[in-house]
Design a protein around this ligand. Structure first.
Ligand SMILES: Cc1cc2nc3c(=O)[nH]c(=O)nc-3n(C[C@H](O)[C@H](O)[C@H](O)COP(=O)(O)OP(=O)(O)OC[C@H]3O[C@@H](n4cnc5c(N)ncnc54)[C@H](O)[C@@H]3O)c2cc1C
Ligand code: FES
Length: 276
């Protein structure tokens, strides 16, 4: 069977570039050997195999590219697969499956405002949504980006965030939980940024990704601003194996995070206490 036609067989991709984002996080640029575009939607993930080590899911951090076959992943070192990825040299081969999972409803957002809430590594998939919107800027309303990090040393994509914050059509606000001596910005958890923003609740959608503990607090802030729950979208990460809805590893109360998610409208999971 040709690998291109089986969801179970990884397709080859080549590591084209590596850039350090922080002590533990690296940006990897890959190119599909087939020369085809990845054809993902913002919020989707792929399964990456490091040959001889194992396979793990990662969100695609670059926006969809209709014109070329390169794509980016930002990966934090945590264990065997992520360490092996960090040890690869450019030119190395990996296997990829996907893109998989649900995605942010970019068509539904057309003509509306978007409030991004990115906690820690949650900015990795949000970046794909944000850059998609910036490429189609005229189709969307106001964009507000809230970014929260535990410590200034853990901030990622800092140069790009600075560049975006200089734009007049995006409002970027950042905070850290624990400042160092050089930090001059806001201090506190991400919800401390909410009093600083002005939104039109009738026209605002929320895209939120971060540590699960953040979600309930952010949902409360959104409620205070009058944003209805059906306009709030979250992404949930669970341990995954197949990515195809077959193995059950990623289930929460009968919901497969890999196929029903990872992106959910909040109303779909609001009554699942196991989700957060
Ligand atoms: C849909 C999805 C998208 C993801 N996107 C990204 C991304 O863009 N960048 C990124 O760095 N990581 C991402 N992750 C998490 C990433 O898949 C895990 O860090 C990776 O599987 C760890 O593999 P490992 O072999 O290096 O670690 P292991 O040796 O398997 O484990 C090392 C440590 O990581 C923890 N761990 C393993 N899997 C997960 C998981 N799924 N979630 C949280 N902790 C885990 C283990 O509990 C253990 O403490 C994503 C996960 C999912 C489900
Ligand atoms: S990872 Fe196998 S069912 Fe979701």
């Amino acid at each position: 069977m040709k690998s291109d036609f089986s969801p179970y067989v990884p397709r080859p991709a080549t590591l084209v570039a590596k850039n350090t984002l922080s002590e533990y996080v690296t940006l990897f640029e890959f190119a599909q050997d087939s020369g085809k575009t990845l054809a993902h939607r913002p919020g989707q993930f792929i399964q990456v195999s490091v040959y001889g080590v194992g396979e793990a899911p990662f969100s695609v951090s670059s926006p969809p590219q209709s014109d070329h076959h390169h794509f980016e992943l930002a990966v934090r070192r945590t264990g065997s697969v992520t360490n092996a990825l960090h040890n690869l040299q450019t030119g190395s081969k990996v296997g990829i499956r996907g893109p998989y999972g649900s995605y942010f409803p970019m068509q539904k957002f057309v003509g509306q405002d978007l409030l991004f809430v990115a906690g820690g590594l949650g900015y990795i998939p949000i970046r794909s949504v944000l850059y998609y919107m910036l490429r189609h800027r005229e189709e969307y309303g106001d964009i507000i980006l809230l970014v929260g990090t535990r410590h200034p040393g853990e901030r990622i994509f800092t140069d790009q965030l600075e560049e975006i914050s200089r734009r007049s059509d995006v409002h970027v606000l950042e905070t850290v939980d624990m400042p160092d001596e050089n930090w001059q910005g806001n201090v506190g958890v991400i919800t401390t940024l909410f009093p600083k923003i002005r939104i039109n609740p009738e026209n605002t959608n929320v895209a939120m990704i971060g540590p699960p503990v953040m979600y309930r607090f952010v949902i409360d802030e959104c409620a205070k601003l009058g944003i209805p729950q059906e306009r709030i979208y979250v992404s949930l990460e669970r341990r995954m194996k197949c990515g195809l809805g077959k193995c059950g590893h990623c289930q929460i109360n009968g919901i497969n995070c890999c196929t029903d998610g990872p992106v959910f409208c909040y109303t779909k999971i609001a009554n699942l206490p196991e989700a957060f």
